[in-house]
Design a protein around this ligand. Structure first.
Ligand code: FCB
Length: 450
């Protein structure tokens, strides 16, 4: 363990938590009536997942959840962000509700409450029911309404105990990686024709907020990815490309939610349906705004560094992603830039001012391969928490921080090759072993209030 100074104190009532998602940890894809998701189909396509793993077991959380709640209790977090699998609750995405699927989350929520941990479920973390995906998924407007119907079913059952709701996780990634570039499920490579998926997710969010509020929910947010975008050079071509990428990655979702408009009229023109009408619903004020922060992005007009998250950006797109030079990197090759978190929070305040509700960091973390002696993860978390504290000192209203992730888990197209957990998972025995970072965080949380 590193011998670092104690962390500065965070405000009273600051919410500490960890995050996971259903597809990445649960396994049990066909148990108790769960239907297939777009990801179940995607992992079976040859060559899609780096190590050929398929998440059919993942971390076996579906069976080992009591052990995982015991870990949360030991860690001393005040909240747990997990996601609810839509196809576990509605096997074909709409229509028949699967009682045993809902029972699973009911038991989980009860056990969290009993452990004194606030449940903070995400309703959608990319696992679209396959039946809906086959009918067009988020490219179809109807999916937004199906999502709201599902939100209603969940709220009716869990709403009396859920403390904080998250509608969607990173709709930008699903749009870009899933529908635009095809490196995530559903594997579509539609480039700009993927944009309806952005609008329909936002519409689904707006409709779901309404459904949740009708059931008395009073703490609703969304988890959007954000990070600084830097141009490769001062040239007009590079700054233009960086600005465009900034629009896609930072503003395409935040502007409609917080300002009630799309950031770029050119992009808005590509969207289907009564967009102006929809924007009124989409921009209903949120109780808080979730930020997932990992790293900044370096963007130029030309060329592509193939090693940036391994994503190949087609030449038709007006930007190229580059590897940030001279930066320490995590095990997955992501740049370690803690001050990027302070900057992200500053930029959000500058752009949205009073329209920005209190912020919660809904994800931040890193992949490293060490089994338990994960000194680099401790240094990463320590530095990012100091950067967050600096943002608070500048006036940012941040109410909570969630580490990604409690457990090593199935990292999408990277399969089981990237370990983000505070707890090591042996994928053969499924044994959980807290890493040094787990003990470090437990200690740090004791020194801070929840
Ligand atoms: C985010 C995802 C999360 C996890 C982390 C590492 O983009 O929301 O599921 O994969 O990255």
């Amino acid at each position: 363990m590193t011998s670092q100074q104690p962390l500065p104190a965070f405000p009273d009532g600051f919410l500490w938590g960890v995050s996971t998602s259903a597809f990445q940890i649960e396994g049990a894809p066909a148990e108790d009536g769960r239907g297939p998701s777009a990801w179940d189909a995607f992992v079976r396509e040859p060559g899609r997942i780096k190590d050929g793993s398929d998440a059919t077991v993942a971390t076996d959380h579906y069976h080992r959840w009591p052990e995982d709640i015991a870990l949360l209790r030991e860690l001393g977090v005040g909240a747990y962000r997990f996601s609810i699998s839509w196809p576990r609750v509605l096997p074909s995405g709409s229509g028949r509700v699967n009682g045993p699927g809902l029972d699973f989350y009911d038991r989980l929520v009860d056990a969290l409450c009993e452990a004194g941990i606030r449940p903070a479920p995400t309703l959608f973390h990319w696992d679209t029911p396959l039946a809906l995906e086959e009918g067009g998924g988020w490219l179809r407007r109807e999916t937004a309404q199906r999502f709201a119907d599902y939100a209603e079913v969940v709220a009716a059952r869990l709403g009396d105990r859920v403390a904080h709701w998250i509608t969607l996780n990173e709709p930008a990634e699903l749009t870009l990686l899933g529908y635009g570039l095809g490196v995530h499920a559903p594997g579509e490579r539609l480039l700009f024709d993927a944009l309806p998926a952005a609008h329909h997710q936002l519409l689904g969010h707006g409709l779901a907020v309404r459904a949740l509020r009708a059931h008395g929910a009073c703490s609703i947010g969304i988890a959007n990815s954000h990070g600084p975008v830097q141009p490769l050079s001062d040239s007009a071509a590079d700054t233009g490309a960086a600005d465009f990428y900034d629009t896609l990655s930072n503003r395409l979702f935040a502007d409609p939610l917080l300002l009630g408009r799309y950031p770029d009229p050119g992009l808005a023109a590509l969207l289907p349906g009564p967009v102006d009408e929809d924007l009124k619903l989409i921009s209903e004020p949120l109780d808080w705004y979730g930020v997932n922060y990992y790293q900044p992005t370096l963007v130029g007009a030309d060329g592509s560094a193939g090693d940036f998250a391994g994503i190949d950006i087609p030449a038709e797109l007006p930007f190229a992603l580059h590897r940030m030079p001279d930066r320490e990197r995590t095990g997955s090759g992501w740049a370690v830039v803690p001050e990027g978190l302070t900057e992200t929070l500053r930029t959000l305040r500058e752009r949205y001012g009073e329209r920005l509700p209190p912020v919660v960091i809904t994800e931040n973390g890193c992949a490293y391969p060490e089994r338990t002696e994960d000194t680099r993860r401790i240094a990463f978390l320590d530095a990012h928490l100091r950067a967050l504290h600096a943002a608070l000192a500048e006036g940012a209203d941040v109410r909570g921080y969630f580490v990604w992730s409690l457990l090593d888990n199935f990292e999408w197209a990277e399969g089981c090759t990237q370990r983000f957990g505070l707890v090591h998972v042996d994928y053969t025995t499924l044994e959980r072993t807290p890493k040094d970072s787990f003990h470090w965080l437990r200690h740090a949380l004791r020194g801070n209030r929840r």
